[in-house]
Design a protein. Structure first.
Length: 64
């Protein structure tokens, strides 16, 4: 089942919303390519963090 901004893996809970949204987008694409769910989550978080760092976006939300 695809993840959304309201329903996402627990591992993404501390990411800032724009980074989390990018991680969700990436994870859903990886799942569509038949990647294992756990691996998709780990890869998506790593790629979303890289994406954010290249754009100067804070990685973690302030309300954690």
């Amino acid at each position: 089942m695809p993840w959304t901004s309201e329903r996402y893996p627990n591992a993404m809970r501390h990411l800032a919303p724009p980074v989390r949204d990018k991680a969700i987008e990436i994870a859903n694409a990886l799942l569509a390519e038949q990647m294992d769910e756990g691996m998709a989550i780990r890869v998506a978080i790593a790629r979303a963090k890289q994406w954010a760092q290249h754009r100067g976006i804070a990685l973690f939300s302030d309300d954690c």
